[in-house]
Ligand binder design. Structure first.
Ligand SMILES: O=P(O)(O)OC[C@H]1O[C@H](O)[C@H](O)[C@@H](O)[C@@H]1O
Length: 437
């Protein structure tokens, strides 16, 4: 079960400040359920996990099984919401050096991501590592027109045609896109690719539990049923209006209260390298949902203890507009202890035999306390373990919190009009037809 600890907001938030928001939360909760909110056409994520479980995921599991049997590597092509959820869950659920593990240990294909940048070097390096391998591709784009994945897909498709020929390439591509619209849908129909649909009513950053995330994760051997079950349990836990019960709404109210007091930057802080991409997913979720109409908490992230040795100074004593949200995993997958080394004078013998996770947790407790003392309020989300079930629940926790938080802030949490401006300017610079004036 997730837990939310707000003790380090004491002294920053007043007594009763959260509970006092109950009546506005009641109203927004009802508006959300009855689709009376801005962006109401994009609320399909609210009960997506439970609906998907009742419809079943047999087809996705079957496709994943075939790819697992035949492929040495799956390349997942996508960006933003068509990328970050799958990568977050992959890195959360699978071992740190997954691609380097022997195939009989890994039991599935290597997993690579493409289409999330326009870097020649990164593309060239990927094609080098793929050389001689049996490669399959899952290209993911809701609009089907996003520049980076469209370029990435052209490149990998061309490379595959050279390796395997036209027809075999078609058999190795699965496209995840809109049911009817867009260039990728048309190409998939023309070429006869296997396809999966991104529902109309689920925006990119809320789409991890659609085939966008589910197919690549199933190929990597992530238990997608447990992931969905965790999120479905989250639907119940975080689907009630009462602030004393609903931790997602508590979090939403707390971060809004801090925002109104000038804490305009939120740092997502974790202590596990495997959560790096979860933080990236979280940044898109909150950044695109709230950052509009000249409002919004700026979402940043740090990976401690690494970043205590780089960003720690700023967080402790720099400009005071920060608050932190720690995500702490209570039970990690592996037990590793500090070895004894009596002849080494590093002053660490007192830790000999102690679990690294215990040391890591003491670092977390010390950091929370020191940062609060330095004027940085912080919130703590406890996650029981690194299971798919806990991850599914955490995805839903933040999705539900983000919707409530954006509504409390008075913005439409489900659109992202601002991402178009640079695209228009870029298309002009690139000489795209129709963008010259
Ligand atoms: O799935 P796509 O249509 O390719 O979109 C991928 C991403 O790019 C866009 O620029 C939006 O800012 C994101 O919200 C979206 O997730």
């Amino acid at each position: 079960m997730l837990k939310l600890d707000l003790s380090y907001t004491n002294g920053f938030l007043n007594d009763g400040e959260i509970a006092n928001a109950q009546s506005i939360v009641n109203t927004l909760h009802e508006d959300l359920l009855h689709k009376r909110v801005p962006g109401a056409d994009y609320l399909g994520w609210l009960d997506l996990a439970s609906r998907t479980l009742s419809e079943g995921v047999t087809d996705i599991l079957q496709t994943a099984k075939e790819i697992r049997e035949k492929a040495d590597a799956l390349v997942v092509v996508g960006i933003g919401g068509s990328y970050l959820g799958a990568r977050a869950a992959f890195e959360w659920a699978k071992p740190e050096y997954y691609n380097q593990l022997p195939k009989d240990v890994r039991k599935g294909p290597e997993l690579y991501f493409l289409g999330n940048h326009i870097s020649s070097d990164a593309v060239a390096d990927l094609l080098t590592i793929l050389s001689g391998k049996q490669v399959y591709v899952n290209v993911i784009s809701k609009s089907g027109t996003t520049t980076e994945p469209a370029i990435g897909f052209r490149l990998i498709r061309e490379w595959m045609i050279q390796q395997y020929g036209e027809q075999e390439t078609k058999n190795r591509i699965v496209a995840t896109t809109d049911a009817a619209k867009g260039a990728l849908r048309k190409l998939s129909t023309d070429e006869g690719y296997k396809t999966y649909v991104i529902p109309d009513d689920v925006g990119g950053r809320y789409s991890v539990l659609t085939p966008v995330g589910l197919l690549p994760l199933a190929v990597a051997g992530v238990d997608i049923v447990k992931l969905l079950e965790g999120a479905a349990e989250g639907e119940k836990l975080f689907g009630v209006p009462s602030l004393s019960e609903n931790l997602a709404y508590q979090y939403a109210v707390a971060r809004n209260a801090l925002y109104r007091k000038g804490y305009v930057t939120e740092i997502f802080a974790h202590f596990e390298p495997g959560l790096h991409y979860f933080a990236e997913w979280w940044k898109q979720l909150f950044g695109e949902s709230e950052g509009k109409d000249q409002k919004g908490v700026f979402p940043a992230s740090v990976g401690y203890t690494t970043d205590l040795h780089s960003m720690g100074q700023f967080v402790q004593e720099g400009y005071r507009n920060l608050f932190e949200t720690f995500v702490h995993i209570e039970s990690v997958n592996h037990s590793v202890s500090v070895p004894s080394a009596k002849n080494v004078e590093d002053g660490l013998e007192y830790l000999a035999g102690k679990e690294l996770s215990w040391v890591n947790d003491k670092a977390r407790l010390a950091t929370q306390s020191a940062h609060a003392e330095g004027g940085v309020p912080n919130l703590l989300v406890h996650v029981p373990d690194r299971s798919e079930h806990s991850l599914g629940m955490l995805f839903y926790f933040f999705e539900r919190a983000c919707a409530m938080s954006g509504l409390l802030m008075g913005v439409n949490p489900f659109n992202q009009p601002g991402v178009e401006n640079y695209k228009t300017k870029m298309f002009k610079l690139l000489g795209k037809p129709g963008y010259q004036d």
